[in-house]
Write a protein that binds this ligand. Structure first.
Ligand code: CU
Length: 220
């Protein structure tokens, strides 16, 4: 009875899934509820972090060796699931566990964000049998960019991280397919095709944005 309840809970507890490190994550970490949209079961707004409208790092510690990752945004004081209508970072596919920084992720133009706009960022990753895994950060958008040192402190990539383009939603809620390319040797995977998008240094525009500044330097 009591013992079997503990045993049943072990599979969920044995996976850390991923941790959002920057901007600072809302609430406490509960691996067992990380699959609850939109904030992994953390439904109370937390402390707000100033986040540059023009873009800042989204830093995670990923316990999975491969994930689809997407960054969503909701505006307002206390948004609910239906409010996460803006895409800050379209779905990418990242391989390699541990530190992964999505660099210069900013507010999308259509959100009309200005100095002082309050919002909540939801980082979505794949890897749960029910769909996505979610972590949120509550922010106040500001016009001021992060100082370089602070940016770099919050944007780090583990050795061997590879990124390629993807499609669909990271939680699998629409037709999602596996990336069509990969590479080895620690180099960034180049998408074989990115329709309608010019390639920047072999990476699609979203990918150039997706990999942190330090990561791009290391990968090119
Ligand atoms: Cu996991």
């Amino acid at each position: 009875m009591h013992i079997s309840a503990v045993l049943l809970s072990l599979p969920a507890l044995s996976f850390a899934h991923f941790h959002l490190l920057f901007p600072p994550v809302r609430g406490s970490f509960d691996a067992g509820s990380l699959d609850q949209y939109p904030c992994g079961g953390q439904n109370t707004v937390g402390d707000r972090t100033d986040f540059p409208i023009s873009g800042g790092p989204i830093q995670i510690d990923n316990e999975h060796t491969e994930s689809k990752i997407q960054v969503l945004l909701a505006l307002g004081e206390n948004p609910t699931g239906d409010d996460f209508v803006y895409v800050m970072l379209p779905t990418i596919y990242a391989q390699g566990p541990q530190e992964f920084c999505m660099g210069m992720v900013g507010a999308p133009a259509e959100a009309n964000v200005t100095e002082g706009t309050k919002g909540t960022i939801s980082v979505v990753t794949s890897g749960d049998s029910n769909g996505g895994l979610y972590q949120c950060a509550d922010v106040t958008f500001v016009n001021t960019p992060l100082p370089e040192a602070e940016y770099n402190d919050n944007c780090k990539n583990a050795t061997g991280i590879q990124v390629s383009s993807s499609n669909g939603n990271a939680n699998g809620s629409s037709s999602a397919t596996s990336p069509s390319s990969s590479s080895d040797g620690g180099a960034a995977a180049s998408p074989t095709s990115t329709p309608g998008a010019a390639s920047v240094n072999g990476l699609g525009p979203a990918l150039a944005v997706a990999v942190g500044a330090m990561g791009i330097a290391a990968l090119l």
